[in-house]
Design a protein around this ligand. Sequence first.
Ligand SMILES: Nc1nc2c(c(=O)[nH]1)N[C@H]1C(S)=C(S)[C@@H](COP(=O)(O)OP(=O)(O)OC[C@H]3O[C@@H](n4cnc5c(=O)[nH]c(N)nc54)[C@H](O)[C@@H]3O)O[C@H]1N2
Ligand SMILES: Nc1nc2c(c(=O)[nH]1)N[C@H]1C(S)=C(S)[C@@H](COP(=O)(O)OP(=O)(O)OC[C@H]3O[C@@H](n4cnc5c(=O)[nH]c(N)nc54)[C@H](O)[C@@H]3O)O[C@H]1N2
Ligand code: SF4
Ligand SMILES: [Mo]
Length: 676
Amino acid sequence: MKLVLTACPYCGTGCNLYLKVADKRVVGVIPSVSRSANRGHLCVKGWNAWEFIHHSDRLKSPLIKIRGKFKEAGWDDALDIVARNFKKIKKKYGPDSLGIWGSARCTNEMNYLAQKLARAVFGTNNVDHCARTCHSPTVAGLVRSFGSGAMTNSYDEIPQAAGIFAIGSNAPEAHPIIWWRIRTAKDNGAKIIVADPRKTKLAEIADIHLQHYPGTDIALLNALMHVIVKADLHDKSFIARCSLDFEKLTRVIEKYTPEYAESITGVPAGLIKEAAFLYAGLKPLSNIYTLGITEHTTGTENVMSVANLAILTGNVGKRSSGVNPLRGQNNVQGACDMAALPDVYPGYQRVDNDEIRRKFEAAWGVPLSPNPGLTVTDMIIQASAGKIKALYIIGEDPMRSDPNINHVKKALENLEFLVVQEIFMNKTAEFADVILPGASFAEKDGTFTNSERRIQRIRKAIGPLGKARPDWKIVCDISNRLGYAMKYKNISEIMDEVASLAPIYGGVSFERLEEDGLQWPCPDKEHPGTKYLHENGKFTCGLAKFHAIKHRPPAEECDSEYPFILTTGRMLFHYNVGTMTRRTPALNREYPDNFVQINFNDAARLGITNNAACRVATRRGGLKVRADVTDKIKEGVIWMPFHFTEAPANLLTKDAFCPIARTGEYKACAARVEKC
Ligand SMILES: Nc1nc2c(c(=O)[nH]1)N[C@H]1C(S)=C(S)[C@@H](COP(=O)(O)OP(=O)(O)OC[C@H]3O[C@@H](n4cnc5c(=O)[nH]c(N)nc54)[C@H](O)[C@@H]3O)O[C@H]1N2
Ligand SMILES: Nc1nc2c(c(=O)[nH]1)N[C@H]1C(S)=C(S)[C@@H](COP(=O)(O)OP(=O)(O)OC[C@H]3O[C@@H](n4cnc5c(=O)[nH]c(N)nc54)[C@H](O)[C@@H]3O)O[C@H]1N2
Ligand code: SF4
Ligand SMILES: [Mo]
């Protein structure tokens, strides 16, 4: 048996594991003990991250749609059709009628080439990926507050924190190996404050659980800051030395007394006060947040509010402190770093900066567009409007993961040409003209960047199945056919090109990643990488900036017809749209079908009993699901996972978006529940 060291293909924790290979098949997994991301631990998805690889549903040949039916085809035929159509549409409607979706499930190298294909070959900045549905408010918000939009600190600092404030994060289910560190902090004596509408496992071990209504985070955070400032517990020397605009903040938070916040959030004023006093007394304190903060029409402002609280108390730029967004996908950090984003080149260098653009024009040998492109959200809207004519979607399933899928369906139907690159047939691929089979993580080399900015190697354990090809090679094939040569002898040359263009990756090479990866910023070959950002209050943008932010309700508020707030998310055993975990018997057995969590008082009023079928409806549509009657959710709020393609939660969610980051409001819309 061969053991091949690689990284987990699921969440952004980036655990390292060995794939066990026998007779050219992956037959199991064991965790790596020596790598720091997980230190010998894996969650249930990691332990089972091998069964889907050989599943009989894997796409093993290119498919071409002929008169509405998919037929197997050779690579030459499929690539010819792809190149011919992209060329034709570009000629007829111009470069900005095309768009590419990179993939947070794929390697850095693939994403670098995908954005290069968009910019240098298609001639457009219309390139984006699922970070738009996820942590784009983090990138936008933390850049505004600190100058850099990533997790500030490292995993191994969490156990030494005196305090942890986790807001809108279900780490026990979504980031289990970071949860292990939070538990260790608790064992070491840390105090824990949680803000979440649901009583998660994390809330259960918290010293204080603030169970607020979805979409009321700004009111809650402003009230915490109000109490801290009134009690004179803020870090005055840090504020004076390292920040801007404190007075603007104080003017806005003046109004947010705990009593006023109680009227918005539903959290008792006394508990808000208690939490604020506890928070202010804990140093260093690590702020952890995820999608409960970002997936709102106020997403970017929510992120800046968390940053406000950290600056106010001096909890940033130090060990075991910081503002720590736990990134979602295995390589969403990397896909952002590589600039599968419409406004920046690799390393967050703006496309509308002339000097930067000239650097990339010289490197890539072609003129480049100075106009920022469209986000995923806006490519969908513009496809419906007839301005986007062709899309190349890699490893993403907007027909299940974007809000209000009927709105997505209309857009995909309106395209003249759609290429989908996938490992499994998904709902988006059904709309494709051509489907290109990618190799799974076990079948290719490359790198993923995890949530603590650690760039790590993934390694090929077996050859690609059937006619599948590594995703980066498919991008090269398309580019070469379009007349722009992408010829790399091996994949490490791609990382060398990234290092030469993106200063934060300047010192990165495959050779240097062998040991335990490297954490960016890593500007040169001698640099050891960076454990935490903004050391000694020296922020990437000079001084940290407070933002004065007022509470705004979600786009859709409850009324007598739709009296519940529906919020959606994930659970331990399944992963996003479920193409892999639903095909993993050990995981699917535990949770084979969709359900809605509802408070037992609400259920009793509606005559709904545990496990009985009920109907959940919003203004977009309705679903019949099982009721999970529980005390773990606040009254007036219901919760549903989005992993089940046959009962898709995004039939219900609303296509309302953060105006800055363009992220959808998956975490709050108005719904009704009925007994079936
Ligand atoms: N098992 C598993 N792990 C995963 C994934 C998966 O699908 N399955 N997906 C990965 C991805 S892509 C991501 S982005 C991460 C996401 O990781 P998380 O963001 O932790 O996961 P979610 O379940 O989306 O939501 C987190 C919490 O937000 C709470 N919440 C809901 N509404 C609000 C609100 O208005 N305010 C606040 N403060 N909290 C609210 C929910 O109750 C939930 O406990 O997980 C990653 N890890
Ligand atoms: N209601 C609701 N909806 C949500 C969210 C929510 O909280 N609530 N969260 C949002 C978030 S945070 C995210 S990140 C998105 C995720 O949404 P998506 O990115 O659409 O979902 P995934 O399941 O991560 O995977 C996308 C596809 O990648 C494919 N894939 C996996 N590995 C590879 C590979 O190596 N190569 C190729 N070519 N394809 C591969 C999978 O088969 C799958 O079809 O969902 C969003 N949607
Ligand atoms: S915590 Fe995330 S990276 Fe680690 S094994 Fe689980 S899914 Fe994989
Ligand atoms: Mo995500």
